[in-house]
Write a protein that binds this ligand. Structure first.
Ligand code: FES
Length: 161
């Protein structure tokens, strides 16, 4: 077992299944120094624990990478319409994603995970009511960004495309 600090003192390892090295995440993130940023990635329980512990940290200081789409309430996907900058309307049926509908309409969009976790397909929202179902946008970014591979909308959503 590896325990404690590694040579150089910059990395510490903590093992959740070892009482002696278990980390108290809430205590660790309770107080933030002026320049501190947190970056994290890991299994769902760890992600949730760090997310909860850092809820009071300022916007833009918490960064994470996840490999699992968030759980949803099981509600069926809503049909909606995307309005393009030029005024063209693209229907998104309940059976498809906004990403697929946009591509079918000839709008070229990059994508990678297609699960709402990488941010590659991120678009700018101009107006409308998005229903965010991604796990990549920050609370602040949700006010003006949209993830078309998983997110939906109510009515007409105007995108800067
Ligand atoms: S392609 Fe990864 S978030 Fe949309």
């Amino acid at each position: 077992m590896i325990e404690g600090d590694l040579p150089g003192g910059n990395v510490r390892l903590h093992f959740d299944d070892e009482t002696a090295t278990r980390q108290d995440i809430a205590a660790l993130l309770a107080n933030r120094s002026a320049e501190a940023q947190v970056y994290y990635c890991g299994p769902p329980g760890f992600m949730a624990a760090v997310g909860r512990a850092a809820e009071h940290w300022p916007e833009g200081t918490v960064h994470f990478e996840t490999f699992q789409p968030p759980d949803f309430d099981g509600a069926p996907p809503e049909p909606f319409v995307i309005e393009l900058r030029e005024g063209r309307m693209v229907e998104v049926s309940a059976q498809t994603t906004a990403l697929a509908a946009l591509r079918a309409a000839g709008v070229p969009l990059l994508a990678s995970c297609e699960n709402g976790v990488c941010g590659t397909c991120e678009c700018v929202t101009l107006s409308g009511q998005p229903i965010h179902r991604d796990s990549v946008l920050s609370k602040d970014a949700r006010g003006h960004r949209f993830i078309p591979c998983v997110s939906r909308a109510t009515g007409v959503l105007k995108l800067d495309l």
